[in-house]
Write a protein that binds this ligand. Sequence first.
Ligand code: 5RP
Length: 233
Amino acid sequence: MLARIAFWLVPPPMTDPDDDKRMAAGAAVREVRDGMLVGLGTGSTAAHAIHAIAAAGLRIETVATSAASAALARSLGIVVRDFADVVRVDLTIDGADEVDDTCRAIKGAGGAMVREKIVAAASDRMIVIADGSKRVAVIGAAAIPVEVLPFGAAFVSQELTALFASVVPRDGGHYRTDNGGMVFDCRQAVTREWPALAATIASIPGVLGHGLFLTEIDAAYIAAGGTVTRLER
Ligand code: 5RP
């Protein structure tokens, strides 16, 4: 009875998901060292990391995975280099839409997954940051975004329909990425053999990339209820 009264008087701590995003971002930014070239991810959680980098006064250079992240970083006084001139990045910090305990993730709700994957591939180390709502036992509930050259929209859409029960052009087909690509949000894959599915999607002519990140991520900081959990691949 006493325990029940205590429950009503002192409710369990509630945390704002935005506080958790900020906390995960702060934990990841503690891995950044002066002199590094750092990849800046895209989205609300990555924006917290960009703010944390600026606040820490780190002497680094960065590359950005989207025009939005580049603009935010520059507005905070962070040096942003053109990735077209870069072959290797020390560390990239980015968000995710779903991540499992082996650091497999789905990314791209923000539409930046193609640049994010290129920068991840160039990175010695990639860290994902997220609030607890993004941590899943098995990836696959979130939409897997596929970026497509508009020229091939109808053909690619038809090919994707053989792989997913639901293939929806983002914003009715009007959405464009920083690369000028369309995005198809794909759900209910016919298989959960993710490596095979990823290879099949990537092999469709007209596909510029997709949001399955199966091998790129080295570690994740997930914050939930004010506690940060670190996952390693
Ligand atoms: C953008 C992404 C984002 O990192 C992902 O959608 C998570 O965004 P947010 O931190 O806003 O939830 O992959 O392409």
